[in-house]
Design a protein around this ligand. Structure first.
Ligand code: HEC
Length: 141
């Protein structure tokens, strides 16, 4: 039994030593410049709040409306046309095409976390989402 105990203890110690090395390497990943940038960024950004219940009736209604095509003039476009969830809320086009193929003058920003923006649209002309929501529906293009 004693013969087995020593190799067993040695293995455990070796495991700890390796883990310590890994942690040191991770700590070294950040240069002084990285840390300064991180500190600066935290003055502009903070941790997002925990998401609310995605199965709540309000969340489910929002999701349904996001994909609703009957809100468009041609009955074929939804929010997801220009802000596809599958590509992080952007269509990756220079400008987004409207219901008759005509193009608008700007590209679509992401809708992800838009609720937290200090203002809406590229020029910030809309103060919040409630005001912004009139834009896409009433836009002639
Ligand atoms: C035809 C393409 C198109 C459709 C459809 C569309 N959007 Fe947009 N969306 C845009 C463009 C382009 C902008 C930027 C316009 C600007 O800055 O003047 C924008 C801006 C936004 C913004 C502002 C985001 C930010 O970072 O400022 C939000 C939020 C948004 N749209 C949500 C929606 C929702 C919700 C719908 C569905 C009701 C929708 N959009 C439908 C093209 C579209």
């Amino acid at each position: 039994m004693k013969k087995l105990l020593f190799p067993f203890l040695a293995l455990i110690l070796l495991g700890f030593a390796c883990r310590n090395q890994e942690n040191k390497a991770k700590e070294k990943q950040y240069s002084e410049a990285d840390l300064q940038l991180l500190e600066k960024a935290t003055t502009y950004f903070s941790k997002l709040p925990e998401p609310k219940d995605p199965t709540s009736p309000l969340a489910l209604l929002g999701k349904k409306l996001y994909y609703e095509e009957s809100v468009s003039a041609n009955g074929k476009m939804s929010c997801n046309t220009c802000h596809p969830i599958s590509t992080y809320g952007v269509d990756n086009l220079p400008t987004s095409p409207g219901h008759d193929g005509r193009r608008g003058t700007r590209n679509s920003p992401t809708t992800f976390n838009a609720y937290f923006h200090v203002a809406q649209f590229w020029d910030g002309r809309s103060p919040d989402l409630a005001d912004q929501a009139k834009g896409p529906i009433l836009n002639p293009i």
